[in-house]
Design a protein around this ligand. Sequence first.
Ligand code: NAD
Length: 482
Amino acid sequence: MTEIFKNYIAGQWVEGTSVNENVNPSDTKDIVGRYARASKAQAEEAIAAAKAAFPAWSRTTPQERYEILKKASDEILARKDELGRLLAREEGKTLAEGVGEAMRAGQVFAFFAGECLRLNGEVVNSIRPGVGIEVTREAVGVVGIITPWNFPIAIPAWKIAPALAYGNTVVFKSADLVPGCAWALVDVLVRAGLPAGVLNLVMGRGADVGQTMLEHKDISAISFTGSVPTGRKVAAACVASTPMKKVQLELGGKNPLVVLDDADLKTAVECAVNGAFFSTGQRCTASSRLIVTAGIHDAFVAAMTERLKGLTVDDALKAGTHIGPVVDQGQLDTDLKYIAIGKDEGATLAWGGELLNRETPGFYLQPALFTGVTNSMRIAREEIFGPVGTVIKVKDYDEALAVANDTDFGLSSGICTTSLKYATHFKRNSEAGMAMVNLPTAGVDYHVPFGGRKGSSYGPREQGAYAREFYTVVKTAYTFAG
Ligand code: NAD
């Protein structure tokens, strides 16, 4: 019997109550590994361990925390090829995308190692004579971290790194589909020298382990990334619990990429193909709505179709693969359902959308491009989370902006144009958390804020120095010195 990768609770690797077989979506005969699923009771033990570890960890010096996070960063970067391969094998991103994501996780830990040393406060003059005021930031307490499957190492990294940097202890629940990267990341951090209880891994299901975290009185804050329906439940539970928990949600998207008549066609096509279809379209920042003005529309669709014909959909680990498989049967069913809905709604399937057979059994789907889409169609309004792009034809910039903003989401947005006037106007008037000019809507830096508006995000931003807003609490101290 092969090894079972265990949960990590109170400084010990512990068995679970059932085994999760981690299936390779490029080859469903390939089991990436067997991972122990944690129980509700184990989630409670993890929370107790994190609570017990908090007083000492929150009082460690910035130098102590820096050294552990920096060591973790160094190991992740040194092992990026191996970790990237594991990621591609369990999630289905291409090897290049997997290695890039592993590298990102290493960079994030290096950034937050530095943040340990940069955390500062303010000294403010009082309005009262003889009184001094200090505004300082303190750790929040035990932070529960709940992550989705589509960025199996980067999202855990950009939540765990700031949580630890600012002195919090952590209970981390990874997504059931991708326990491999979660386990590998925790293993690196443990060996980097984290004291027992500071970081706990519970690889259970959302409905039991996740729910336990949401309801437990000893968790002070929850950072969640996932879908809107789950996010709503998370926020409601955090507010309903006593004491109330701080909560941060990063949710779905239906991100617009506007292409104007004056755009450089090649740039526009590259932005659209990358944004809509790379990582199999399974990105919260995917450009799932391509809003194209009438003058360039036909040339854009023709160039997109040509470009899509040249892309290879195959095993994520094979050299030459541009697009890996869909993550699992459930997501594939969703993608196919929406392709059928698009046809029923009267959109034209200009290219793709067919299931593909490859050497190994996997969830291979040709990227699908719909034209003749209106912004009221379900394929333009609901997050599909697969390789499905929709082209919405508009008459001019004003209509393009109105359509771009006419959505329940607001994570990322983009415009392809050579006009400074339109680029500037779009950056100022896009109702999204992130606005890109001549760049794909997906693909961000790690040292600046990440997050959205409307239904895409709730609570403070993630990443960069802005992460401190969520992972610390502010104290205002007054002293009368006579
Ligand atoms: P999901 O909502 O199904 O699950 C997310 C996590 O929540 C998983 O770990 C799951 O086990 C857990 N969960 C489920 N029910 C729970 C409950 N009752 N209590 C506590 N936890 C529970 O999302 P998913 O399918 O894993 O991920 C895809 C979604 O994530 C998409 O909507 C995508 O847009 C979004 N996403 C957003 C961002 C962002 O930063 N905005 C980034 C990546 C993915």
